[in-house]
Design a protein around this ligand. Sequence first.
Ligand code: SAM
Length: 230
Amino acid sequence: MDTNAAWLDYWDGDVSLYVSRRHLEAHYQGLLAAIEPLLPPAPFTLLDFGCGEALMAPAIAAKGGRVILFDEAAARRGTLRQRFASIPGIEIPDETDSLAGTCDMVLMISVIQYVPKDQLAGLLARIRRLLKPGGRLVLGDILAPDNSIADDALALLGFGLKEGFLMDAVIGLFKTLRSDYRQARQKLGLSTYSIDGILAALKAAGFEAAPLGWNIGHARHRRSVTATAA
Ligand SMILES: C[S@@+](CC[C@H](N)C(=O)[O-])C[C@H]1O[C@@H](n2cnc3c(N)ncnc32)[C@H](O)[C@@H]1O
């Protein structure tokens, strides 16, 4: 089993990463606020690739978007179908090939760290095929080689303080020390990229890319970039 498949096993299970419901909700509210300035004019087709819980999907659909949620972890897709079945404008396919050339925007937030570096070029080529000419990829929450678990822990505490779940964040951090996520992170590791490294990978995959002035995600030490299919 390769590293991505092993991570997908984790994401297919009962995910322990979020310390409380408030954490989960604040996370997706933050993602929505960070993505809103980047959304294309309506009507648009947006693919959220590696979407996770995707709690911001109805708000994006309400802005005139066809929102396609895709996650390689099959159990996530089942949960998403139950959650969003009655909401117009949201689709949850089992594959992405049929979307070739149809997407104005692809979000890939907090995903590439779970993909081995030697698979990144293939993944970016796949995403590029899904975009319309001139369509945009938003790559968010990228970890740099010098980022540490301590940086992530501090960022979570700051986020908890700001969003009113500090106590849950503290308890969650202690739980994390013994959690599946911590074990998986220790065993499997995460792929990290310098900004220059990710820009070069995007260029090689046929994108014109630039760093974003803010991160899509609460952690200020992580970075985001946008990339237009050249
Ligand atoms: C940290 S979560 C991020 C979820 C969401 N994008 C967010 O920012 O909250 C990582 C997600 O990426 C998904 N994922 C990992 N590797 C993937 C791949 N190769 N293709 C599609 N999804 C993948 C996982 O199943 C998981 O739901």
